[in-house]
Design a protein around this ligand. Structure first.
Ligand SMILES: *[C@@H]1O[C@H](CO)[C@@H](O)[C@H](O)[C@H]1NC(C)=O
Ligand SMILES: *[C@@H]1O[C@H](CO)[C@@H](O)[C@H](O)[C@H]1NC(C)=O
Ligand SMILES: *[C@@H]1O[C@H](CO)[C@@H](O)[C@H](O)[C@H]1NC(C)=O
Ligand SMILES: *[C@@H]1O[C@H](CO)[C@@H](O)[C@H](O)[C@H]1NC(C)=O
Ligand SMILES: *[C@@H]1O[C@H](CO)[C@@H](O)[C@H](O)[C@H]1NC(C)=O
Length: 665
């Protein structure tokens, strides 16, 4: 039977059987292949999105890592992209730089090194990418611009890649320019040159982690630039690209995408873009912002990760739908596989992609997400209508003789609210290389020759619980695993464990704010530093902390309650802020900027001496003690009604904190 009569026959049968929406799709490699697939990834950073994960107790922390990275278990990610910490606020907090100061180098700050090693432990083949969002102030010589001294910026970035290898045996595969900010062609060429000169020819450059333009235009104009750049990385491309990008013949990636609340609707968004970024835009990699929602949910973009792990104090985490949607692709493909040219849209809504390892294996992923249930937050995809449909797939070329395919299915079932994710069904037997699928709305299918798929699981983690009402930290950790104290989420400035061996005690181990200069920022960091902690719902509470200023005359530190904002809104954070200054005064303000003064006066506080501050807020009244004695009381606070506790400094200045304690009602 040649093709035409067969088609008529199938159409006829459809008609007779009432399958009026039955269509036929050919999957064939004879006509040539499509682009090489580079993998599906998650992004830790941009910023501090994995902050709370590191403080989970075992075995829960390892379980979360397994759901993310372990091959044939969960999301089984192919790519981990991390922020190269730049000391500044980059969405949900700051991440520390490996060089706070020009003559400083420390490759043990933060948690991205640890995360990369844990990912690599589970999947030795994982692709690693580093990208700066911000830079320490010295890189910009005081200007909010990293390109005036491109050689300094390039060697700063390359030193991070060298340190990754030297201290952690991590090979960084790709490096980016400046997240969602302007690029500079001269800088990109110098970065390439600096990498090559350092023996890092194998490290490839992604540019420019922003829109398709103007980088595409620059690549077409400038051959030297084009030689320096390997991948065009666009953010939130809405599944499409531009003609000029195709003309560059570069790899095209959606190097940041998703950014959607991770309930079922979020999983639907992810299912659509994983398929359609290739079908509509020929993008061969899609990276989720973010990897795991491990930051306080009331910070910007709460729960926009592939899964949720935002309660280290309880151990509770949630494996959300995007984990299993990821598995539909990642468990049955690898970077280096190739898309077939025969990919596309289904006649009645939805899409299909097919990939091969070139050795006879075939993986087909089909999604039928309806628009209402797969809205991506940024930008929304164009609407389309979808009906239940039958599809006949015909395998040709190298795949014609495949007799059986494994079948994995997810059903969002929005009507019944009983979704099922990543279920293995009975393998499909193929008849003359064809198989039929009866597709409902909001479903994802994988059909594959790969037999190693597995829906990994652990016993349910402990139940969710609110942040403990009574919480203390004396920072007495002689050999901390991480540079930052658990649960503190720095929003401007960097707060690190500090050890002063000349202290006679009791302040040998403290927490110290270490930035002395405003960084090259990514958003509007406050002019003060701040680290928040606790439960956003806290209203009535007592916060106390020992404080130590290290700036004579102009120094200042504070403790605060009911702090209502972080992230890129940190400059306008309000709350009850109790400040003491090295000039012997105190202040109570309603905001971090210090513009609404509720009380002020003399305190006798000075630099290079420890003072104990305590702040009690109850209903509309606040009172403060200094070294155990009342300093001010019954100050009226109207708003905000609730928020986090916090510590911080008056400017980018060194200062220490010890014996932090909070008690909420
Ligand atoms: C890593 O890649 C190599 C070569 O492609 C492959 O043989 C090996 O199985 C992969 N390892 C894992 C854990 O996926
Ligand atoms: C498919 O991949 C598996 C490894 O996952 C390999 O053993 C097999 O030879 C490949 N080819 C075919 C046709 O299945
Ligand atoms: C989808 O259906 C709506 C309502 O019937 C219609 O207005 C719209 O044009 C349809 N969209 C497409 C892309 O066909
Ligand atoms: C697929 O469906 C068509 C028409 O509905 C039918 O003729 C054919 O036998 C089916 N094939 C398989 C493999 O089930
Ligand atoms: C370290 O402790 C000594 C002794 O108390 C004190 O004089 C010095 O100022 C402290 N230095 C810092 C940086 O904390």
């Amino acid at each position: 039977m040649n093709r035409r009569p067969a088609l008529i026959f199938v159409r006829l049968l459809c008609l007779v059987w009432g399958f009026c929406t039955c269509e036929r799709y050919v999957l064939d490699d004879k006509t040539g292949l499509g682009r090489v697939f580079d993998g599906v990834g998650g992004l830790s950073g941009g910023g501090a999105t994995s902050r709370l994960l590191v403080n989970y107790a075992e075995p829960y922390r390892s379980q979360v890592l397994d759901y993310l990275f372990k091959p044939n278990f969960g999301a089984s990610l192919h790519i981990l992209k991390v922020e190269i910490g730049g000391d500044a606020q980059t969405t949900d907090g700051t991440e520390p730089s490996h060089m706070h100061y020009e003559n400083d180098e420390n490759f043990f700050r933060g948690y991205e090194w640890w995360l990369m090693k844990e990912a690599k432990k589970r999947n030795p083949n994982i692709t690693l990418i580093g990208l700066p969002w911000a830079f320490p102030g010295w890189v910009g010589h005081g200007k909010n611009w990293p390109y005036d001294f491109p050689d300094i910026t390039a060697s700063y970035v390359v030193s991070w890649i060298i340190g990754a290898k030297q201290y952690h045996d991590l090979d960084i595969n790709y490096v980016g320019i400046w997240n969602e900010r302007n690029f500079d062609s001269k800088y990109i060429k110098l970065l390439r040159y600096t990498l090559d000169k350092s023996g890092l020819e194998r490290v490839r450059i992604v540019a420019s982690d922003n829109l398709w333009e103007p980088i595409t235009w620059s690549l077409l104009q400038d051959q030297e630039l084009s030689r320096a750049v390997d991948v065009i990385g666009a953010h939130y491309p809405g599944t499409t690209t531009v003609m000029a990008a195709l003309k560059t013949q570069k790899k095209l990636w959606s190097s940041e995408d998703y950014s959607t609340f991770n309930d079922e609707v979020g999983g639907g968004c992810w299912a659509r873009i994983l398929n359609q970024n290739y079908i509509n835009g020929l993008m061969t990699s899609t990276i989720s912002w973010n990897l795991v929602a491990s930051y306080y949910e009331k910070l910007p973009f709460g729960r926009d990760g592939l899964m949720t792990a935002e309660e280290p104090w309880s151990g509770n985490y949630v494996v959300e739908s995007p984990i299993w949607i990821t598995a539909h692709t990642t468990q049955f493909t690898q970077p280096g596989w190739t898309y077939l040219q025969t990919v596309g849209h289904l006649a009645h809504g939805g899409s299909y992609v097919a990939l091969t390892d070139g050795k006879g294996n075939l993986t087909v992923v089909v999604e039928t997400m309806t628009h209402d249930h797969s809205v991506c937050i940024r930008p929304p995809l164009p609407p389309y209508n979808l009906t239940s449909q039958s599809a006949v797939f015909q395998l040709k070329g190298s795949f014609a003789s495949i007799g059986e395919l494994q079948v994995w299915r997810s059903r969002f079932n929005f009507k019944t609210k009983k979704p099922t994710f990543f279920e293995q069904l009975t393998p499909l037997k193929l008849l003359d290389g064809t198989f039929n699928l009866s597709l409902g709305e909001d479903e994802v299918y994988t059909l594959t020759t790969i037999t190693t798929g597995l829906k990994g699981s652990y016993a349910a983690p402990p139940p969710s619980a609110r942040f403990p009402k009574v919480y203390k930290d004396d920072f007495n950790v002689a050999n901390p695993h991480f540079s930052e104290a658990p649960n503190f989420a720095d929003q401007t400035g960097v707060f690190e464990y500090y050890m002063n061996l000349t202290d006679p005690g009791p302040h040998v181990f403290t927490l110290r704010q270490v930035l002395t200069q405003r960084p090259v920022t990514w958003v509007a960091d406050a002019d003060q530093t701040i680290s928040v902690i606790g439960d956003y719902k806290w209203d009535n509470l007592k916060v106390s902390c020992d404080v130590f200023m290290e700036t004579v005359k102009t120094g200042g530190v504070y403790i605060a309650a009911r702090v209502d904002k972080g992230g890129q809104s940190v400059r306008s954070a309000r709350g009850v802020f109790y400040w003491v200054f090295a000039d012997g005064t105190y202040k109570v303000t309603n905001d971090i900027a210090g513009q609404t003064v509720l009380a002020e006066g003399q305190s006798g506080t000075r630099a290079y001496g420890w003072h104990t501050l305590s702040l009690t807020v109850k209903g509309q009244y606040a009172s403060g003690l200094l070294n155990g004695y009342p300093l001010w009381k019954d100050v009226v606070v109207i708003g905000p009604k609730n928020g986090w506790a916090a510590i911080g400094t008056h400017s980018f200045e060194l200062a220490q904190f010890d014996n932090f304690a909070v008690a909420a009602e």
